[in-house]
Design a protein around this ligand. Structure first.
Ligand code: GH3
Ligand code: MG
Ligand code: MG
Length: 489
């Protein structure tokens, strides 16, 4: 490492030799050329930090300086010219265009060294500035590249974060990463440490792959990523020790190895589902890089988060469905409970009012139900209520609503049904209960009858849901006191 490279253009070999000697003594790397031709042929080969045009002819030849300044390669080279001190009569030499500094002749060594030092400092400052600029430009380019990658990433994430199944997410992941990185092979392989067999759940190169089993001992890069929990990058597979055993296997099997590089990025969704994102390039393609791995890692993280949140959403929904079912159904008979019935009734009343349609309510009570309990036991009674619930559900239309009102009393709501229609339906229902044998225990059958009271909207004195219940209850009472097993409106 020298302090700077100085090229001395000086016609006189003695003077050139002396200047070079001084400069080298001071730690510079100095060499000399004797004329214009030699100057430019040397400059074509090397770039000094400072050129000293010692020869007055050269120093004041506009053509020479012009040529030096036009050469972009030499733009940071400082040019020092020599000039007689007394040229203008005031001791200050005229600095020709294109020159950076001037040394007065006859040359005095301290002045020359001072000028060279100053110019070299300037050169290094310019170079530092240029290198900073270059670095900024590189960073800008990298940022631009990142922006492009991020846009690809956003595309992928956007596609991945919908409400998709894990399988769909794997497929999108493989396809989009292959496309973004412009590589031929990208797949998702599920497996965990200790597994002998892995499952390829998606492969960009073959969309038909769904659950392809592969022997993991043939994929040391997958095993390694699963074991270490860290990404594995092999840029040149043919030379890499990781593939030594597999290479032997390939040779024995006489398989041509097209593999160039591989990267495996491990992930873990839950205890059952872990695996790797598996990137591969072939001989005809480029080698995979750290950047590819980083890109893959970011996308994998997003995909795992998406799968987890999709799963959480599904669990929450299932929980909600269960809760809702619990809140609205009667646990014994699985028909609607009383609370849900009242909600539905209110809604149906509103609808009837709005559209002027009719609505019938049937209140059904099992006749002498106590006897079932007394003779067959309470559990048998429960079972009979369950069977009755099923019978009622099967008997009604889709739009009708069956609910357990309490004990052995059921309510059936018939939308768009006036009292006449309600009576016909209730009569049919009464008959089918009467004709049915209900099972109690494994052997015994019992026969039952029911009494049904009906009220309808709109009819005189029925303005509210309470009126509807009150009227139906009155009708039921009449059915009971009339001898049971009958329908009253
Ligand atoms: P009727 O209605 O014809 O006047 O006579 P009944 O014997 O059905 O009399 P009531 O309606 O007053 O009595 C209802 C009986 O139903 C009383 C109760 O022991 C029984 N019961 C109510 N809820 C259940 C239940 O969930 N399981 C069982 N096994 N029995 C119930
Ligand atoms: Mg009762
Ligand atoms: Mg009863």
């Amino acid at each position: 490492m020298t302090d700077g490279r100085v090229l001395v253009a000086e016609q006189s070999p003695v003077l050139a030799g002396a200047i070079c000697w001084f400069l080298r003594e001071k730690g510079y790397d100095a060499s000399a050329v004797s004329d214009e031709r030699e100057l430019f042929s040397t400059l074509a080969k090397e770039t000094p930090d400072v050129i000293l045009l010692g020869d007055e002819r050269l120093a004041h030849d506009d053509a020479v300086l012009g040529q030096l300044r036009r050469d972009a390669r030499l733009r940071d080279v400082r040019v020092i010219v020599t000039a007689p001190a007394n040229r203008n009569g005031n001791g200050t030499p005229v600095l020709p265009a294109g020159a950076d500094d001037c040394v007065t002749t006859p040359i005095r060594v301290p002045e020359l060294l001072g000028r060279i030092r100053t110019q070299l400092r300037a050169t290094s400052e310019v170079r530092a500035a240029r290198s900073a600029l270059r670095q900024a430009t590189t960073e800008l380019e990298r940022a631009r590249e990142d922006a492009v990658n991020n846009r690809r990433l956003v595309d992928i994430l956007h596609e991945v974060t919908g409400e998709l199944s894990a399988t769909e997410i794997y497929r999108i992941l493989a396809r989009r990463v292959a496309r973004a990185l412009e590589i031929s092979h990208c797949s998702v392989v599920l497996g965990q440490t200790g597994d002998v067999v892995g499952t390829v759940v998606a492969a960009a190169e073959d969309p038909s792959v769904t659950d392809l089993e592969v022997r993991l001992d043939r994929y040391p890069e997958i095993l390694m990523a699963l074991e270490s929990g860290r990404a594995v990058l092999v840029q040149e597979a043919t030379a890499h020790p990781l593939f030594a055993q597999v290479r032997e296997l390939w040779e024995r099997e006489g398989r041509a190895v097209e593999l160039r590089s591989v990267a495996t990025i491990p992930f873990s969704i839950d205890r059952r589902r872990s695996g790797v994102l598996f990137l591969r390039t072939e001989r005809s393609e480029r080698s995979l890089t750290r950047d590819d791995v980083e890109f893959g890692e970011v996308v994998v993280r997003a995909a795992v988060a998406a799968i987890r949140s999709a799963q959480a959403l599904e669990t929450t929904r299932a929980d909600n469905r269960r809760l809702e079912a619990l809140a609205t159904t009667d646990p014994l008979t699985k028909v609607l409970n009383r609370r849900a019935l009242l909600e539905r009734l209110t809604a149906e009343m509103d609808r009837s009012r709005r559209f002027g349609s009719s609505l019938s309510l049937l209140l059904l009570d099992v006749d002498h139900f106590k006897e079932v309990n007394d003779t067959a036991g309470h559990l048998a009674g429960d079972s009979v209520l369950r069977q009755l619930g099923e019978l009622l559900e099967e008997a009604v239309r889709k739009v009708d609503i069956v609910a357990r009102y309490g004990g052995e009393e059921f309510v059936i709501l018939l939308p768009e049904t006036a009292v006449e229609g309600g009576v016909v339906f209730a009569e049919r229902l009464r008959e089918s209960v009467a004709n049915r044998a209900f099972q109690v225990g494994s052997e015994r059958l019992v026969h039952l009858t029911v009494s049904i009271g009906i009220a309808s909207f709109a009819s005189p004195h029925v303005m509210s849901t309470e009126d509807l219940f009150a009227r139906a209850d009155e009708a039921l009472y009449r059915a009971k006191s009339g001898g049971r097993n009958q329908v009253r409106a």
